[in-house]
Write a protein that binds this ligand. Structure first.
Ligand SMILES: Cc1cc2nc3c(=O)[nH]c(=O)nc-3n(C[C@H](O)[C@H](O)[C@H](O)COP(=O)(O)O)c2cc1C
Length: 122
């Protein structure tokens, strides 16, 4: 069965190491008949979560107006999510952490998926 694969690429360096790993993953996924979309987080406006609580204590959506609603829709619709980040000081980079924080309003809907995490390092 063909799956919808969403690749979230967090490195600020297009064509860098994380990207090379993504390229290979995407090649394999396409060869296996899956549809793939890759999002470079650096191309999107994704602001920090401000911890305002509108989403988790008031049951409202996130009040920020940036590109995150579109990215969240794609995450919810995907069958497979690939999170590709360079390792910065033993963990994910800030762009990836910011993305994860901003799923706060809808993360319970991001379920029943295959997740792959790729951390490229030195
Ligand atoms: C701020 C910063 C912190 C880093 N911290 C680590 C680290 O803790 N461990 C490691 O092995 N590499 C570390 N690196 C190296 C990167 O993880 C490595 O070069 C990575 O492959 C870069 O991925 P990219 O080409 O996709 O940007 C760091 C690089 C930067 C810029």
């Amino acid at each position: 069965m063909s799956k919808k694969v969403l690749v979230l690429s967090a490195s600020p360096r297009k064509g860098g190491n994380s990207d090379l790993l993504c390229d290979q993953f995407i090649l394999g996924a396409k060869e296996a008949g899956h549809s793939v979309e890759r999002i470079f987080l650096k191309d999107r406006e994704i602001n920090y979560c401000t911890g305002c609580g509108a989403c988790y204590s008031m049951g409202e959506g996130c009040p920020q107006e940036d590109d995150m609603p579109e990215v969240l829709e794609k995450m919810i619709a995907a069958d497979v999510i690939v999170m590709a980040t360079p390792v910065y000081f033993y963990t994910m980079n800030g762009q990836m952490k910011t993305l994860i924080d901003r799923t706060c309003s809808r993360y319970t809907e991001i379920s029943d998926k295959d997740f792959y995490c790729d951390g490229s390092r030195r």
